[in-house]
Design a protein around this ligand. Structure first.
Ligand SMILES: *[C@@H]1O[C@H](CO)[C@@H](O)[C@H](O)[C@H]1NC(C)=O
Ligand SMILES: *[C@@H]1O[C@H](CO)[C@@H](O)[C@H](O)[C@H]1NC(C)=O
Ligand SMILES: *[C@@H]1O[C@H](CO)[C@@H](O)[C@H](O)[C@H]1NC(C)=O
Ligand SMILES: *[C@@H]1O[C@H](CO)[C@@H](O)[C@H](O)[C@H]1NC(C)=O
Ligand SMILES: *[C@@H]1O[C@H](CO)[C@@H](O)[C@H](O)[C@H]1NC(C)=O
Ligand SMILES: *[C@@H]1O[C@H](CO)[C@@H](O)[C@H](O)[C@H]1NC(C)=O
Length: 430
């Protein structure tokens, strides 16, 4: 009898190990996990490291419940910030920042990132590690410019067109680029204190992303930076984080570097003035049509895998309170997930707010407020999906549970292993 149990035990261990130690790779221009297409329904969870902190803003009991909830929905891919810059006194920012001053780090936030990655690994989830930000809400390019002496202060938007030109000066300032390179070296050479795994050896990390929504890209900078990341982390993937074909971006050129493994795009019908939530009956149908064409344009790119890593829409009538109806959002999520499935591309919705709630609907975020899906510079409650949004969660679950079927097998293997250990202990202790 023990013989068969031992064989079973070995089988379970192998089953579990094989699944949990696999890196996401690119094969035949597809994201691949254990020989199968890795077609996930994931979310944006930029505040994960802050929530995992034991310092100000952290809430590990909440984080664990959120991860359990997401995992139970089948949402196993989280796009997170692996960099945020101070000083913590600046407006519109994630506070506390991971790097309050150039080269000085907040150990609580770093350990929050360790904890997040460790707990994601326990649930066989994968992380997209976003290293920088073209926008100001995590510091990003604008802060590196100021740190490098390229400006005395940041011209916060208001005027996004002016801010875009300011932020793009990052590429021209060797000292700013150098400070960011220092961050890349620092964070990628970190070892997780909860499992003693170097980040670059952790299959929980699917990819490293140059920045959130970089525009006006300098393509030699893209190539140089992507290749230096690839050299540090040959087992993990590298991508850009671009929004796709808007502004001055050129989607195929932006992803041309041989060190870029897959392409990204984002889809924002309200921010781009196609959809008006106060005029949904007239503007939602054309917004859907725009979304379909925008997706079709980007999936037509056949050189590398393509991921829709941000999309979202407001609650009905632009009401930001957590109980406002979400009929349009449900229709939109249903349509986008269906197209993502039809075109076989992974997708991350924006964004998971979970148990968090705004201090006031539409409030500006200030330190001490819950972290939700809306970053600090955006009206709180705009795009967050809460744990009480049952109808949306059901739609997410219906698409996510299919795409994560292979992951469920792993959990099954793991459960059997736990059961075996339990029986085994009972046998020997009893
Ligand atoms: C583009 O990036 C390269 C490499 O970082 C740099 O040498 C060059 O000055 C940059 N050019 C512009 C116009 O920003
Ligand atoms: C990209 O960067 C790598 C590493 O620095 C270099 O060897 C290669 O020539 C570059 N490729 C292009 C197209 O610039
Ligand atoms: C992107 O650049 C390529 C090559 O430079 C060019 O052929 C293509 O037309 C450009 N795409 C757009 C949308 O401008
Ligand atoms: C609603 O949208 C339609 C189509 O864009 C436009 O013609 C109409 O003026 C809008 N109505 C309001 C009240 O904004
Ligand atoms: C953690 O979050 C929960 C809500 O999810 C809240 O009830 C609790 O007060 C928070 N704890 C701390 C220490 O902020
Ligand atoms: C958020 O901040 C902006 C700019 O300071 C201000 O105009 C707006 O009234 C604030 N919103 C709320 C709800 O406090």
């Amino acid at each position: 009898m023990m013989f068969y149990i031992t064989i079973f035990f070995v089988f379970c261990i192998r089953f579990t190990q094989q699944a949990t130690s696999s890196f996401i790779s690119v094969q035949n221009r597809r994201l691949t996990l254990n020989g199968q297409d890795y077609l996930y329904v994931g979310t944006n969870f930029w505040y994960g490291a802050n929530l995992g902190s034991t310092g100000p803003g952290g809430n590990r009991t909440r984080l664990l419940r959120e991860l359990d909830h997401l995992h139970s929905l089948g949402v196993d891919n989280l796009r997170i910030q692996a960099g945020s810059e101070g000083p913590n006194t600046e407006p519109w920012r994630i506070v506390p920042s991971m790097q309050p001053e150039p080269g000085r780090y907040d150990e609580d936030v770093l350990e929050g990132l360790d904890f997040l990655l460790y707990e994601m690994g326990q649930r066989n989830m994968r992380a997209v590690m976003c290293l920088n930000n073209f926008w100001h809400w995590s510091g990003g390019y604008a802060q590196y410019i100021v740190w490098a002496g390229g400006a005395s202060s940041i011209p916060y938007p208001g005027d996004y067109a002016a801010f875009e030109l300011f932020s793009a000066r990052f590429y021209e300032l060797p000292a700013a680029v150098q400070l960011f390179n220092n961050h890349i070296q620092f964070i990628m050479k970190r070892t997780n204190k909860y499992n003693n795994l170097p980040y670059v050896e952790d299959s929980t990390i699917m990819s490293w992303e140059l920045a959130n929504e970089p525009r006006r890209l300098n393509l030699s900078w893209v190539n140089a930076t992507a290749c230096s990341i690839k050299q540090l982390a040959p087992k993990q993937l590298v991508t850009t984080g671009v929004e796709g074909s808007i502004s001055s971006n050129n989607f195929s050129n932006d992803h041309a570097s041989p060190c870029i493994d897959y392409a990204t795009f984002h889809l924002w019908v309200q921010n781009w003035n196609i959809y008006d939530p106060k005029n949904a009956s007239d503007t939602f149908p054309p917004a859907l049509e725009f979304a379909r064409k925008y997706i079709e344009y980007h999936v037509a790119y056949k050189e590398k895998p393509v991921v829709l890593e941000e999309f979202g829409i407001s609650r009905d009538n632009d009401d930001h309170s957590a109980t406002a109806p979400i009929t349009i959002r449900d229709k939109y999520y249903q349509a986008i997930f269906q197209w993502a499935r039809d075109y076989r591309i992974p997708v991350n919705f924006w964004a998971y707010g979970g148990e968090g709630r705004p201090r006031l609907p539409r409030a500006n975020w200030t330190q001490g407020d819950d972290f939700i899906g809306d970053p600090p510079h955006e009206p709180q409650g705009w795009y967050s999906v809460y744990d009480t949004d049952e109808s949306t969660l059901e739609i997410i679950h219906s698409f996510a549970s299919v795409s994560s079927a292979s992951v469920t097998k792993t959990s099954l293997g793991f459960s059997i292993l736990l059961l075996y250990n339990f029986l085994h202990n009972l046998y020997y202790l009893g």
